[in-house]
Design a binder for this molecule. Structure first.
Ligand code: E4P
Length: 228
């Protein structure tokens, strides 16, 4: 499963991209509305940092407007993926934009039937929102599983993107189901790092190494010799 970052904050992308784990990013109007600066500038910076698909969302209510916005957003950066909300107008826009060569991330997908329509309209990515399903007491794991099954059964090219990730357990579920991508907030990336045995183990290794000061001198010398 590939990992995208779900944010409008360039500083978060800078931090997590440095870990070498990102292959794309998603933004949305709510995430961008929290940030200072011009959205186009932010999207370009994020796209450069992740060097992969970077979703920028259209906001028009009708297909014509979505298509015009999508075409303009694509010109911001070669990696811009047009994010289109699910619905009849969104499906029309998705078909037109993908026929024109754009990558489209169909967002706000909450059921296998919606996913089937999104994929049939040519969506590159179909975004299923796990957290928002859980919020209304619908089992997000079950819905995501049905979406994966439905798209595989039709042999559709669309990639299943697990979105609205709220905690590390969502990641385990999405990866186990064979989702192609998960888009992850920085907070969840940090939570994924943590395990008490890792912290404890690192502290013990450090303590034991320091108990032999000559080892530190030896390794320092090895590094210095390697640098020439
Ligand atoms: C990503 O594409 C979505 O916009 C995002 O994951 C939504 O997350 P939320 O439900 O936590 O706002």
């Amino acid at each position: 499963m590939e990992l995208f970052i779900d944010t409008g904050a360039v500083s978060e992308v800078e931090e997590i991209a440095a870990w070498g784990v990102l292959s794309g990013a998603t933004t949305n109007p709510s995430l961008l509305a929290k940030e200072d600066g011009e959205p186009g500038d932010i999207i370009r910076k994020i796209a450069n940092l992740v060097n992969g698909p970077t979703s920028a969302e259209v906001v028009s209510p009708d297909a014509e407007g979505m298509i015009a916005e999508g075409q303009a957003l694509r010109k911001l950066h070669e990696h811009v993926t047009v994010k289109v909300p699910f619905g009849p107008e969104g499906l029309k826009a998705t078909r037109a934009l993908t026929d024109d060569g754009a990558m489209v991330n169909m967002t706000l997908v909450f059921s296998p039937n919606q996913a089937l329509l999104a994929a049939s309209a040519g969506a590159t990515f179909v975004s299923c929102f796990m957290g928002r399903l859980d919020d209304i007491s619908v089992d997000s794991a079950k819905v995501l599983e049905e979406i994966c099954d439905v798209l595989r059964a039709r042999d559709l090219d669309s990639k299943v993107l697990a979105a609205s990730i709220r905690h590390p357990e969502h990641m385990v579920v999405a990866a186990s189901l064979g989702c192609d991508i998960a888009t992850v907030p920085a907070k969840v990336f940090h939570q994924m790092l943590n395990h008490p045995l890792t912290t404890e183990g690192a502290a013990k290794f450090e303590e034991d190494w320091k108990s032999r000061p000559e080892f530190g001198e030896w390794l320092g010398g090895l590094v210095a010799a390697d640098k020439g």
